[in-house]
Ligand binder design. Structure first.
Ligand SMILES: [Ca+2]
Length: 190
């Protein structure tokens, strides 16, 4: 069975139009999870387990999506673990992975010379915890904030503050000098 990714376009009157599946070779790819579109590339998760990240090239001339490929994720889709929930901003890719126990948020930098994402680094504490799952990273440029989920009792959303850009997290991961006021604030549950 194939799970399609649908899209809906906003109408002139402000309403969302009816959903329609993406067209192109992507039609024969069984996708799962929320995709992320960036710079004419659709980052998505293949259905089933383990969870792996793929990318599909969008052709604006034909309005079609190519069959997803995972070649550039050779360092991301580690065998024996789940690696998905991709969020790209610039040349930084954030994703969730359980390659080191519980789910954590990892980051990787784009390697233009090799045409693939570099060996990822796990974001430091207090973003990640050994005891709980952290996933679904989403970085907001508007307020320089990383949003993510942590699976604790009841489930809660977290945000970390004062991260000028995701690549700054690499300095923290490597134990570099942290010039940032670096804090976590738990959002009120509703
Ligand atoms: Ca964790």
């Amino acid at each position: 069975m194939t799970a399609f990714i649908y899209r809906s376009e906003k109408q002139p009157n402000g309403d969302w139009g009816p959903g329609a599946p993406l067209e192109g070779d992507i039609e024969s790819f069984s996708a799962a999870g929320a995709p992320m579109f960036y710079d004419n590339k659709l980052y998505l998760r293949q259905g089933g387990y383990p969870e792996r990240t793929f990318v599909s090239e969008y052709d604006p001339n034909t309005d079609t999506f190519a069959y997803p490929d995972d070649t550039e994720f050779v360092n991301i889709n580690k065998v024996g673990s789940n690696n998905t929930g991709p969020f790209r901003i610039g040349n930084t890719l954030l994703f969730q992975s359980d390659r080191d126990g519980t789910y954590d948020i990892w980051m990787s930098e784009w390697n233009e010379g090799e045409g693939r994402w570099d060996v990822p680094q796990k974001l430091p504490s207090p973003i990640n915890t050994d005891a709980n799952d952290e996933y679904t990273p989403w970085y907001s440029q508007a307020n320089s904030t990383l949003y993510f989920s942590r699976n604790v009792s009841g489930g809660q959303a977290y945000q970390s503050q004062a991260i000028p850009e995701p690549s700054t997290l690499a300095l923290l991961s490597m134990g570099g000098v942290a010039l940032l006021a670096y804090a976590r604030r738990k959002r009120r549950s509703r």
